[in-house]
Design a protein around this ligand. Structure first.
Ligand SMILES: [Ca+2]
Ligand SMILES: [Ca+2]
Ligand SMILES: [Ca+2]
Length: 313
């Protein structure tokens, strides 16, 4: 009876065990650990101390470190704590290069590389997506190991749109124009409505005469162009801003305080400006926007203004 039981159940079990033992393959090669260190940034700023960095192979965590100083994980020092990455036997079973990814506080880092043993410096960065995402948790993504390349975003023709500041005021009026076009234009052509133009993206322009100005912007990129025209976009009031008699340039406000001291517009404050002021005091009062030459702010052009200008030379 015992023998029959042996033959019926135990003997096949022993045979299966022996088969399993002798048929299992030799242990696969496990590469030595890699040790990583370097800089780490989040959205372009140094990652704060306490940031968790995880090394991911085949969707599994194979190493982890928490930073102790801002913007840096591990270091090259001999005894420093580094991010130790230890692939498993299964990771190396395919005999293919081992793909290594990183998570920074649970969010995928910008860098992906092949694993290598030994000490290695790798600068890591991570950018949160523009759309608000749920609080990142330090769980492992279940992405397949081979990352599929994201398709290139297709470029669209730009849609022109403009802004500016200020859009009204007395002459001379300095307006800072801003390009707020959609679809990433690469070239710009502004027309300020007074016969002047600019190819800067965000130009500043000085209006010298009262009026309502139509501002246009043409934009280009590799996919096409866009155009917008804004009638009456800039409204300039007050007295026209003029060049001084015999001067070929507009006066200038050298320090941006709203008072114009470079009367001949040669880029500096000098005795010629004082002489020009002295010779044209009546003319200024009658022709120019008075306030910008009224240095003492008493409401008229007087000798005290002249002395103030003289003192500054
Ligand atoms: Ca000034
Ligand atoms: Ca001058
Ligand atoms: Ca005055």
């Amino acid at each position: 009876m015992r023998y029959r039981y042996f033959r019926g159940a135990i003997a096949p079990a022993i045979i299966i065990c022996c088969f399993l033992v002798f048929s299992s393959p030799a242990a696969a090669f496990v590469p030595p650990a890699g040790e990583y260190y370097g800089t780490v940034t989040i959205d372009g700023s140094p990652a704060p101390a306490g940031t968790q960095i995880q090394a991911i192979i085949n969707g599994q965590v194979r190493g982890s470190i928490v930073t102790s100083v801002p913007g840096q994980y591990g270091s090259s020092c001999l005894f420093a704590t580094r991010l130790i990455v230890q692939p498993t036997e299964a990771d190396s079973a395919s005999h293919q290069p081992i793909r290594l990814e990183f998570l920074i506080n649970g969010v995928k880092a910008d860098q992906t590389m092949f694993f290598s043993s030994g000490i290695r410096s790798v600068s890591l960065s991570m950018h949160h997506p523009d759309t608000p995402s749920p609080t990142p948790t330090p769980t492992v993504t279940t992405q397949p190991p081979t990352a599929t390349p994201t398709p290139e975003p297709t470029l669209k023709a730009p849609v022109a749109e403009i802004n500016g500041d200020p859009l009204s005021g007395n002459a001379p009026l300095d307006v800072w124009f801003r390009d707020v076009s959609g679809n990433d234009p690469a070239r710009w052509n502004w027309s300020f409505g007074d016969g002047t133009f600019s190819t800067e993206q965000n130009p500043t322009h000085r209006y010298v005469s009262p009026g309502a100005y139509t501002v246009t912007l043409t934009v280009w990129n590799d996919a096409g162009n866009g155009f917008t025209a804004e009638p009456g976009f800039v409204r300039v009031t007050g007295t026209p801003f003029l060049m001084f008699p015999g001067s070929g340039r507009y006066p200038d406000d050298l320090d941006g305080d709203g008072k114009y001291e470079d009367l001949n517009g040669n880029g500096g404050l000098d005795f010629l400006d004082v002489i020009l002021y002295f010779n044209n005091m009546d003319w200024i009062a009658q022709n120019e926007p008075e306030g910008i030459f009224d240095y003492n702010g008493n409401g008229n052009i007087d000798f005290n203004d002249l002395l103030i200008l003289f003192d500054r030379v």
